[in-house]
Write a protein of this length. Structure first.
Length: 110
């Protein structure tokens, strides 16, 4: 499955489909919320599980990361950005930074 195929299928499950600020806010806040849930699970690995990750916990984190992917694609869809394009642009940006020795550091325009 390509990212674009995923995006097309995932959007069939979207509730908020209007192209307005409410939908933009809903998708952006959903992305932030789901990313926070991933971070929370990782925090509990450190705090409660002594760094141990079993199959059950791996499945829970996988599920939350899937929710992050859903909201990311929904936000990309709102801006009419194919998910394949987003992935390719990101890889090109990172390859450029690596080639120029600027992978580490601060700022968007390295």
């Amino acid at each position: 499955m390509t990212f674009d195929e995923y995006q097309k299928q995932a959007m069939t499950t979207a509730i908020a489909t209007e192209h307005n600020l409410e939908t933009l806010y809903y998708r952006a806040l959903g992305l932030a919320n789901e990313a926070g849930e991933v971070a929370g699970k990782i925090k509990k690995i450190i705090r409660d599980r002594d760094g141990k990750i079993d199959d059950e916990y791996r499945h829970m984190i996988t599920s939350e990361m899937g929710d992050v992917l859903w909201y990311l694609q929904a936000l990309a869809e709102f801006f009419d950005i194919p998910l394949n394009d987003l992935a390719e642009e990101n890889l090109a940006k990172l390859a450029s930074r690596q080639k120029r020795g600027t992978i580490h550091g601060d700022g968007d325009k390295r």
